[in-house]
Design a protein around this ligand. Structure first.
Ligand code: ADP
Ligand code: MG
Length: 232
């Protein structure tokens, strides 16, 4: 078996709520192989977003190890973590999180402003990412001039423009109708199969999970079940 891309070891996450500490993830361990498309399911409040944020380096565990691409990211400082994220992870959220005043191409360019690429290189990468998601002809449009599905495709272009190894998606189709959801899921599947992106996707939707190669279920902060995905 290849070295896992993501290795979660005995992770505990507690949040402080006033004076009380609430334990949200209990001694959780999980390996994710390079090239997997993993769907993460489970009831609301079961800790899916918390776990995703630990894997994507948006947050750190209270205890335990988070290793991604051989790096102990739980040991990085906030500044180091931000730098690490910009190089290795693309994020896709339920509500797209696009900048409303910027065009599609300016939104997609944002992550590249943190890199050493010059203007010409940035432009070429933005054009390639927009081409990949099929929105070249909409590049000048602002988010409110695009459908929900198109906005999510812009967000996906933004997530992949810096060529990260890992894509983490938190309910990426949660706000889309079936047709737009299928379009976004097809695109994620294509990025997984053709560009070799490892994808971790939180979803409530069994039809969305059918696009994954493996499905894990979380319940009350622990892994409850695991299944082979329909797209394995
Ligand atoms: P899910 O994504 O599965 O719905 P979350 O990971 O968002 O679940 O939340 C798991 C639990 O942790 C919930 O009970 C939630 O209220 C709590 N929680 C999440 N984020 C915070 C936070 N920043 N501070 C305190 N509690 C939190
Ligand atoms: Mg959530």
């Amino acid at each position: 078996m290849a070295e896992p891309l993501v290795s979660i070891r005995n992770v505990i996450k507690r949040y402080r709520r006033g004076k009380q500490a609430v334990e949200v993830l209990h001694d959780l361990s999980l390996d994710i192989q390079p090239g997997e498309f993993l769907a993460m399911m489970g009831p609301s409040g079961s800790g899916k977003t918390t776990l995703l944020n630990l894997i994507g380096g948006l947050d750190r565990p209270t205890q335990g190890e988070v290793v991604v691409g051989g790096e102990r990211i739980d040991r990085l400082s906030s500044g180091q973590l931000a730098k690490w994220r910009s190089r290795h992870v693309g994020f896709v959220f339920q509500f797209y999180n696009l900048m409303p005043t910027l065009s599609a191409e300016a939104n997609v360019e944002l992550p590249l402003l943190l890199t050493r690429l010059n203007g010409k290189q940035r432009k070429a990468n933005v054009a390639a990412a927009l081409e990949l998601v099929g929105l070249t002809d909409r590049r000048k449009h602002k988010p409110n001039e695009l459908s929900g599905g198109q906005q999510q495709r812009v967000a996906i272009a933004r997530a992949i423009v810096a060529d990260p190894t890992l894509l983490v998606c938190d309910e990426p189709t949660g706000d889309l109708d079936r047709e737009n959801a299928e379009e976004v899921l097809g695109l994620l599947q294509q990025l997984n199969r053709e560009q070799g992106k490892t994808i971790i996707m939180v979803t409530h939707d069994p039809k969305a999970a059918d696009h994954a190669s493996r499905i894990v279920h979380l319940d009350k902060g622990a892994l409850a079940a695991e299944a082979v995905g329909a797209a394995a």
